[in-house]
Design a binder for this molecule. Structure first.
Ligand code: NAD
Length: 489
């Protein structure tokens, strides 16, 4: 493997060169071993990526620690200027990033071009701007004393991310962490590791000093675990599943490291009898985006019984019109699931639901024409109350439709989950919109819209969907040690 690692330091992904080694202390570092990166599009092996272990993690944390004094001492305007150059670099390479991410995790190229990659750049640019605005605080005068509140960068931030939107979710943490003056070690997801490496190139070209930004590739067990247990990290930002979060919380506990967790969901979409039905169906069909592999996805449709037949008929009709196929084609609406293991999990959830009395109005099986990891968009009805399909996160192109009679019933069922990431409400009654949004347990409630995200607003989950909030000042609260200095006259 040593020879292999030495000889295969980069891959060409649709003609774009991607370095497959770690990025530590401003240098490319290989590992003795590599792991295979398969594309969901055709299950082809597209790269052998450096498989990091505790040794590479130690080196990356040490590099980040060494770079911290100088980076944190830079005036915020200078740091922000460098980070804006990173944003420029991302914007200049949107097409490359889009093509590599699409090949790597099977998400739609059109989503990357129009929304995801521009948002990646914004994650850097917006927090560079906020840092200049928000990290300075006017002094307060309290009972004759002057109080100064400062946001001191915490130190070394560990970032661990999932595969479903890897670069967007990583930069959502990296942007504020770096803008606040921290240094960063990222462990990208092993099922979609490639765009993090391109980000390292862009950081380097934009003038981010060596050691400020580091990437250690590898599996959760071999590279993620030593990073989370490392005694020299100061913050741990994790996006992923609840079971992994529980393991990570235990690993980080002895070091008393503050955690920010963005986890799974089982979000509801509530459609009231006064809803604009066309809008409700539009929002419902959106839930098949990224083949349903979206944390915020509304998996449970709760529909008033008086309109349920019409809603379901239109949803099934629209779902039948979705074009499933190669995500590199602009007119594809829905692609493949990320990996064989995940495909089997999603299939298993649906098979058990069907065996338990649920009915598939459409889908309910793999797409046998396309084969591979393509699973048909699926609408299930008649699922048993409390059954697995209504309570567990499936993370695939599967939605359930249930009916309700009253507003109280709708809210109670929406809240009957251990998650609480998001909820969507469709109603034309403004008073109901206020009442229901107030009563729902969720980090984000959308009324007559979905996926509207403002980087200055707080984002996070209630219940098992996470710990903490990020966005705007909430991000800096997490990535900084907030200090109050009291001056006596
Ligand atoms: P996962 O928990 O399996 O893995 C996430 C990351 O953790 C990967 O990089 C993995 O290598 C790493 N990891 C695994 N075991 C580890 C360990 N012991 N120590 C340290 N790191 C370890 O999640 P996934 O399957 O990649 O992602 C899907 C999940 O992420 C879903 O539950 C989804 O809802 C959630 N998610 C949440 C948000 C959000 O913002 N709330 C966004 C996207 C995805």
């Amino acid at each position: 493997m040593d020879d292999f690692a030495a000889a295969n330091t980069s891959a060409s992904i649709d003609g774009i060169r991607v370095d497959l080694r770690h990025w530590i202390g401003g240098e490319r570092i290989a590992s003795a071993r590599t792991f295979a990166d398969l594309s969901p599009i055709d299950e082809a092996e597209i790269a052998q990526v450096a498989a990091g272990t505790a040794a590479e993690v130690d080196a990356a944390v040490a590099a980040a620690r060494a770079a911290f004094p100088a980076w944190s001492a830079l005036p915020v305007g200078e740091r922000s200027a460098i980070l804006r150059r990173v944003a420029d670099g991302i914007e200049a390479r949107i097409e490359d990033l889009a093509r590599v991410e699409t090949r790597d995790n099977g998400s739609l190229i059109r989503s990357h071009r129009r929304g995801v990659m521009p948002r990646v750049a914004l994650n850097l640019r917006a927090f560079a701007d906020y840092a200049e605005k928000q990290l300075s605080h006017p002094d307060m005068s309290v009972r004759g004393h002057r109080e100064r509140i400062t946001y001191d960068p915490a130190g070394v931030v560990a970032v661990i991310t999932p595969w479903n939107a890897p670069l967007m979710l990583a930069t959502w943490r990296i942007g504020p962490a770096l803008a606040a003056g921290n240094t960063v070690v990222v462990k990208p997801p092993e099922w979609a590791p490639l765009t993090a490496s391109l980000l390292a190139d862009i950081m380097h070209e934009a003038g981010v000093p060596a050691g400020v930004f580091n990437v250690v590739q590898g599996t959760g067990a071999d590279a993620g675990a030593p990073l989370t247990a490392h005694p020299d990290i100061n913050r741990l930002a994790f996006t992923g599943s609840v079971p992994t979060a529980a393991v990570i919380a235990r690993a980080a506990a002895p070091n008393i490291v503050p955690l920010s967790f963005e986890l799974g969901g089982k979000s509801p979409l509530l459609v009231f009898e006064d809803a604009d039905l066309a809008l409700a169906v539009d929002l419902a069909v959106e839930q098949f985006d990224n083949a349903g592999q979206v944390c915020l996805k509304a998996a449970r449709m709760l529909v008033h019984s008086s309109i349920a037949d019409e809603f379901t008929r239109r949803l099934v009709e629209r779902t039948a019109g979705l074009r499933q196929g190669d995500p590199r084609e602009e007119n594809t609406d829905l692609s493949a699931l990320i990996a064989r293991r995940h495909f089997e999990q999603v299939s298993g959830f649906v098979e058990r639901a069907l065996a338990d009395g649920a009915r598939a109005l459409i889908g309910g099986e793999p797409n046998r024409e396309l084969g591979g990891l393509y699973y048909r968009p699926t609408v299930l009805v008649d699922a048993k109350p409390g059954s697995e399909i209504l309570t567990e996160e499936v993370f695939g192109p599967v939605v359930t439709v249930e009916t309700f009679q009253t507003e109280d019933d709708a809210v109670a069922r929406a809240n009957d989950t251990r998650f609480g990431l998001a909820a969507t409400v469709v109603t034309s009654d403004p008073e109901r919109a206020e009442r229901v949004s107030h009563a729902l347990h969720a980090g984000t409630v959308w009324v007559n819209c979905f996926f509207v995200r403002d980087l200055e607003a707080p984002f996070g989950g209630t219940g098992k969907s996470g710990i903490g909030r990020e966005g705007g000042l909430w991000s800096f609260d997490f990535y900084c040690d907030v200090k109050n200095s009291v001056f006596s006259p």
